[in-house]
Ligand binder design. Structure first.
Ligand SMILES: Nc1ncnc2c1ncn2[C@@H]1O[C@H](COP(=O)(O)OP(=O)(O)OP(=O)(O)O)[C@@H](O)[C@H]1O
Ligand SMILES: [Mg+2]
Length: 253
């Protein structure tokens, strides 16, 4: 396995949201996005607010459907076409291949921080003690005070929750790791730890795609930058669409 092995292949990808309860207004976000991302690198998604960085990351995680193009992800010896893959396949990819650190932690009620972090290992059958031990190592590196480890993160500060979230994303050792502003709520010392962990992940041959508003962090980790540009304005669909049924979700997904 070489450092340059491609892990993600994005071809002609476009995304448009259709707002059914706004008369079918179409909101094109981006189109014709092409890139590859390889092991050992950190591809940074940049561009002004609203250009679709988070949306693209969610497409890579199979969270949003794309409206055009294909995304392929390497899984062991083969490739999986994420766009159009059945849900079960996407869930398996998330367990084994693609990790994702969202900007905010989705807190699980009553589960302590240590177990929140250990969970991705537990899902893969790692024994509880070992999973907790590895979670403890990461939380210590991220300098989360030990007195918080057994407590559910719901009442933690923004920066504490973010560190739990980062530990949870990193622990699984996923070959692909997607990061959406992982340092947004951190002070300078904690940001430095995260930069160190990201560099270690790159050195270990993981393929990272991330969004970093903080320029110093971006410069410290980026091996390449893909800049999304504000292109298209919202357009109203020219043809009449049937009205959305009462109570339908506001958004397409
Ligand atoms: N679920 C959704 N439904 C409808 N529109 C959406 C949805 N998610 C995002 N958008 C729209 O898509 C556009 C891109 O949003 P996105 O969050 O991807 O931007 P971003 O580049 O990450 O911005 P920021 O730097 O502020 O985080 C925005 O105009 C946003 O309103
Ligand atoms: Mg964003």
């Amino acid at each position: 396995m070489t450092q340059a092995q491609t892990m993600i292949e994005v071809r002609g990808v476009g995304k448009m949201f259709t707002l059914h309860n706004q008369g079918g207004v179409c909101l094109p976000v981006f189109e014709n996005v092409d890139f590859d991302a390889a092991r050992g690198e950190c591809l940074v998604l940049a561009g002004p607010s609203g250009t679709g960085k988070s949306t693209l990351l969610r497409c890579l995680y199979g969270n949003y459907l794309t409206t055009a193009g294909t995304i392929r992800v390497r899984d062991g010896a083969g490739w999986v076409t994420l766009t159009g893959a059945p849900e079960q396949r996407i869930l398996r990819l998330r367990r084994d291949v693609i990790g994702y650190v969202s900007q905010f932690l989705r807190v699980i009620p009553r589960v302590g921080a240590l177990d929140v972090v250990a969970e991705p290992l537990r899902q893969r059958g790692v024994a509880l003690d070992e999973a907790r031990e590895r979670a403890a190592v990461l939380l210590a590196r991220l300098r989360l005070p030990e007195r918080l480890w057994r407590l559910p993160p719901a009442t933690f500060s923004g920066g504490e929750q973010q560190r739990v979230n980062i530990a949870r994303g990193l622990i699984g050792g996923h070959p692909v790791l997607l990061l959406d502003e992982p340092t947004a709520s951190l002070d300078a010392d904690n940001r430095a730890v995260v930069v160190e962990l990201i560099r270690e992940a790159m050195a270990a041959g993981r393929c990272l795609v991330g969004i970093f508003h903080d320029e110093a962090v971006r410069d410290a980790v980026a091996s390449r930058v893909l800049t999304l540009k504000p292109t298209l304005k919202p357009t109203l669909e020219p043809t009449l669409k049937p009205a959305a049924p009462a109570g339908a979700a506001a958004l397409t997904e």
